[in-house]
Design a binder for this molecule. Structure first.
Ligand code: F0G
Length: 445
């Protein structure tokens, strides 16, 4: 094996490095880690990725994650050797990312007031466990297998646990999931049970569950698969790869995500930084992150709504004290994140620093939307024949707001990521039974 891949601390002054075989999610000084590659991949791979869309019997070509395996080859395998792929790469029979690509949705375009041709939405809810998490989880569980982990551990608002449970069951390893009791969608909870995960109910919110699960994993040698795991980020890079490939590697003007723990923002940023460094894309798309108004840590800090100071990456010197003060202030005032979009009901986004780096590189922005705006966003996606959950509804809602504010221009090309499918069956029923809602079609009798 060559030593092309390694881990490096994201703090520019610290920069500690570790071999791929480490299971740590932070350096010894507590900073998050990046997977780094020494070699620059050849641009001729674009042709190869395209040709793999005719998979010729290989699940690793069928998989929307492993189709791009040369760009996340942290296992350092011969990517053309399919037997080696089968030994190392974890896949649910090629299903992760397989159905994901950008689509035009005319009713959403009318709603947000962008031209029909300019708006693309990429449903990640059609992944095997129903959310974008399968992109990252395929990669994280591949690393877990590489290091011989017997038990994976996560905290979750429901989608991470569904995805972790699914891959763990498929690979025959154990899975512990820490969930904020009573705060996750019933369809997500049932998936964790169905896949045989061990559920640990935490009396608190997602932030409490994450703190507990990280601590437990450290104490008992569990392997953490939350998005602080750098290999999750590698897998999730394939979300923008698929978008850009579909546009012939012409980057859009904007790529829009809901913001929770900010793994997506981080992975999209890392993908863009790398693609730009390799010369694969010339233009740098701007990332827009949409927070729920009731869980708006990134928006508050980034936009200078706390202590009148804007928290930015600042070329690798972000004011981390400001984050600590913000959290202390929330605790002092007893403010807890609150939104009906439980997937993104997160107050302490674990990847905030990586997200700031992504926002700086892409000249990105952050905004918030209300619960009602998210529900309208979710409903209008449905009227185009696509399914998404409420947190994903933040994407059309956020684009609409940014177009109205003339930050996104009407003729911009925008890709929005619809992160998960509906797993709270009563939400659309309740929405449509209330005639006050903008897109409601109440039942007749
Ligand atoms: N959308 C959905 C559907 C999610 O499930 C999540 C996060 C997000 C958006 C936020 O993404 O963390 O990358 O900013 N869900 C996690 C979970 C926290 O446990 O399933 P992010």
């Amino acid at each position: 094996m060559q030593e092309n891949a390694y881990l490096k601390c994201i703090d520019v002054e610290c920069g500690l490095v570790y071999p791929i075989s480490t299971t740590r999610v932070e350096c010894e000084k507590g900073h998050l880690l990046d997977v780094k590659y020494k070699e620059r991949p050849s641009e001729s791979l674009k042709e190869k990725f395209l040709s793999r869309r005719n998979p010729e019997g290989s699940i690793f070509n069928e998989s929307g994650v492993w189709r791009f395996r040369e760009l996340l080859n942290f296992c350092q395998i011969d990517t053309e050797d399919l037997e080696e792929c089968a030994r190392f790469l974890v896949s649910l029979d090629g299903a992760e990312g397989r159905q994901s690509k950008p689509y035009h949705m005319s009713k959403v375009a009318d709603f947000v007031k962008i031209s029909h041709d300019g708006l693309w939405l990429q449903p990640e809810g059609y992944n095997p466990s129903g959310s974008f998490k399968d992109n990252g989880m395929a990669a994280a569980v591949t690393h877990a297998k590489l290091v011989n982990a017997k038990r994976i551990v996560c905290a979750s608002t429901g989608n991470t646990s569904a995805s972790a449970g699914m891959y763990a069951a498929n690979e025959g390893i154990e899975c512990d999931v820490y969930i904020p009791s009573g705060q996750i969608a019933p369809g997500k909870l049932s998936q964790a049970y169905q896949f045989g995960a061990q559920i640990i109910e935490v009396d608190g919110n997602f932030d409490d569950a994450l703190a507990k699960s990280l601590n437990e994993a450290k104490q008992s040698n569990g392997y953490t698969v939350n998005s602080v795991n750098p290999f999750r980020i590698e897998g999730q890079k394939t979300i923008p790869y698929r978008s850009f490939e579909y546009l012939d590697w012409e980057a859009p003007d904007w790529i829009v995500y809901p913001g929770g723990a900010l793994g997506n923002t981080s992975s999209c940023g890392k993908a863009i930084i790398e693609l730009h460094q390799w010369g694969w894309i010339k233009k740098i798309p701007r990332i827009a992150v949409i927070n729920a108004a009731g869980a708006s840590t990134l928006s508050d800090l980034f936009n200078g709504k706390f202590n009148d100071e804007k928290l930015h990456w600042n070329k690798g010197k972000p004011n981390e004290e400001l984050i600590k003060k913000y959290y202390a202030d929330l605790d002092k005032k007893g403010i807890r994140p609150k939104t009906k979009a439980t997937a993104i009901q997160i107050g302490r986004p674990a990847n905030i620093l990586k997200a700031l780096r992504a926002l700086e590189f892409t000249n990105g922005i952050v905004t918030t939307v209300s619960d009602n705006e998210m529900l309208d966003g979710m409903a209008v996606v449905g009227l185009n024949g696509f399914d998404c959950e409420m947190a994903s509804g933040a994407v059309p809602a956020g684009i609409k707001k940014l177009v109205a504010e003339e930050i996104i221009k009407k003729d911009d090309v925008v890709i929005g990521i619809l992160t998960g499918r509906q797993k709270d069956a009563m939400l659309p029923v309740d929405y449509h039974n209330n005639p006050q809602n903008r897109f409601a079609i109440p039942p007749k009798n």
